[in-house]
Design a protein. Sequence first.
Length: 100
Amino acid sequence: MLENVSKSDFDKYLSQNFRLEAGDESLDLHLSEVSALSEAARVPEGREPFSVIFLGPKNRHLDQQIYTVSHPQLGTLEVFLVPLGPDKDNSGLRFEAVFT
């Protein structure tokens, strides 16, 4: 399913929570941004490149790796998340997934 997901799929769920599974624990991530990327990032015959930014708890660091992320309507995805650090208000930690 990951190869079929598009920017418009995530646009529908902007500002909603997703559930992340990290080993024995799970936590909520808030979908805070969905952004189109430059066409230069497109792979041949690929989808429109885009990125999503999730906001997680400020006291829970996650390593850069593949995580299971789910949403009641979008379903379950295995995504590679990269920690970006705290948001501008220091209310949580930001994580990015890039889709090309």
